[in-house]
Write a protein that binds this ligand. Structure first.
Ligand code: NDP
Ligand code: GDR
Length: 351
């Protein structure tokens, strides 16, 4: 079998490739867009695997998507490529829509024309639920996006349904809640925090001053899981008898502040919160400042530039149907996830 995976240099694309290489005998064609300075760090474990091949393609370029499907004749097309950063989608609404929504139609059209039996995965998001109507959110929750990113994913969802019903394609649009890990991009809040904790603990241990981690809204609540658990759920969604969309989530929600507390606890720092709103800060307790003989003490401060024009305040998923009907079971808890990310970033810290 031949599998096209877009977004191969990103978190989920790389984890999906590792999962498929390990659990099947299929060949993978990993799609990357042309870049003057590509970063292959997430693909280090499989770049030289004989069952893996890198190919160029861009979701904004119909010719490249059409040619890939025509020439490779894939059995599965897993579309993880996206402008995936919600915060940036207000600055680049058209590029976000072209990549995330029109890009999905380009994939569906290429499959319809050249390989109708190819199974297609569309990377849907809990951001489609936006200002949520109820909790926990299940697959029937109304679509109420709050960002150009969320709106682009909602549009992709409608088109997947249209192509499934019009042409009988096996196409699914999984609704995935936040998922993280050691391959997570550094601008997302979890990785920004774990990289920041690594930088700060390194400074403290070397008796050097440090700058605080600057963040936006700490009250937002997210349902966080590990990406490695989710690629298993995606593969199960692609291998049902009939295509059906599911939610994948941890079924727990935590504030950004809770994530910060857990992350510092991994390196034995029990910070002290004080102040409110934009003046809120997390500081080192005095005994640690004295013990380590350092001048800096602010670990986290607010920078309003990280606030969003519209926020999704609360996400909490209901993935029970996926657990019961697909037999999917996540293995990594919230505490394990934070610990894994912090330890990885501390161990791999470079100045
Ligand atoms: P990443 O940002 O880590 O990876 C996205 C990849 O898409 C990058 O490798 C990027 O390439 C590539 N890409 C961007 N634009 C294009 C384009 N025009 N053509 C081809 N490739 C492109 O995201 P994740 O791995 O975290 O997410 C995977 C998918 O799942 C995305 O669609 C995301 O929106 C969706 N999703 C993610 C969730 C999460 O919590 N992680 C939750 C729900 C949905 P480059 O490396 O060159 O930038
Ligand atoms: P999200 O992830 O928008 O949920 O989208 P992100 O980690 O960017 O934000 C989560 C929450 O943290 C708040 N926040 C900050 N966020 C960032 N990035 N940087 C900060 O400094 C900061 N301070 C506070 C945000 O306001 C937000 O509430 C992710 C992406 O992976 C999407 O592609 C995916 O679809 C959704 O998850 C589900």
């Amino acid at each position: 079998m031949k599998i096209i995976i877009t977004g191969i240099l990103g978190q989920d694309g790389a984890n999906m490739a590792e999962y498929i290489l390990k659990n099947t005998q299929h060949d993978i064609f990993g799609v990357m867009r042309r870049s003057s300075n590509p970063n292959f760090i997430n693909c280090a474990n499989f770049l030289t695997n004989p069952r893996f091949k890198l190919v160029y393609g861009d979701l904004t370029d119909s010719v490249s998507i059409d040619s890939l499907v025509r020439d490779i004749q894939p059995d599965y097309f897993i579309n993880f490529g996206a402008q995936s950063f919600v915060g940036c989608s207000w600055e680049m609404p058209l590029q976000t829509f072209d990549t995330n929504a029109t890009g999905v139609v380009r994939c569906l059209e290429a499959i319809r024309k050249h390989k109708k039996t190819c199974r297609f995965y569309s990377a849907g998001s809990s951001e489609e639920f936006g200002d949520v109507a109820y909790s926990p959110q299940d697959i029937l929750h109304p679509i109420k996006p709050r960002s150009p990113y969320g709106a682009s994913k909602a549009s992709a969802r409608h088109n997947v349904k249209v192509y499934r019903e019009s042409y009988g394609l096996y196409a699914v649009h999984g609704i995935l809640f936040n998922h993280e890990g050691t391959k997570r991009g550094e601008e997302f809040v979890t990785r920004k925090i774990t990289k920041g904790v690594a930088r700060i603990i390194h400074s403290i241990r070397n008796k050097k001053s440090f700058a605080p981690i600057e963040l936006g809204n700490l009250d937002a609540k997210r349902d966080w899981s590990d990406s490695e658990d989710f690629v298993d759920g995606v593969w199960k969604m692609l291998n049902q008898e009939k295509p059906k969309d599911y939610v994948l989530s941890s079924n727990e929600t935590h504030t950004i502040r809770e994530f910060i507390n857990k992350a510092f606890a991994v390196v034995n720092i029990d910070g002290i919160w004080h102040g409110n709103g934009i003046n809120e800060e997390l500081s080192l307790p005095n005994y640690l400042v004295e013990e380590h003989d350092i001048y800096s003490s602010v670990l986290v401060k607010i920078n309003p530039k990280f606030y969003r024009p519209a926020e999704v305040d609360l996400l909490l998923g209901d993935s029970n149907p996926a657990r019961q009907e697909l037999g999917w079971q996540p293995k990594i808890s919230f505490d394990n996830l934070v610990e894994r990310m912090v330890k990885y970033d501390v161990d791999n810290f470079k100045i």
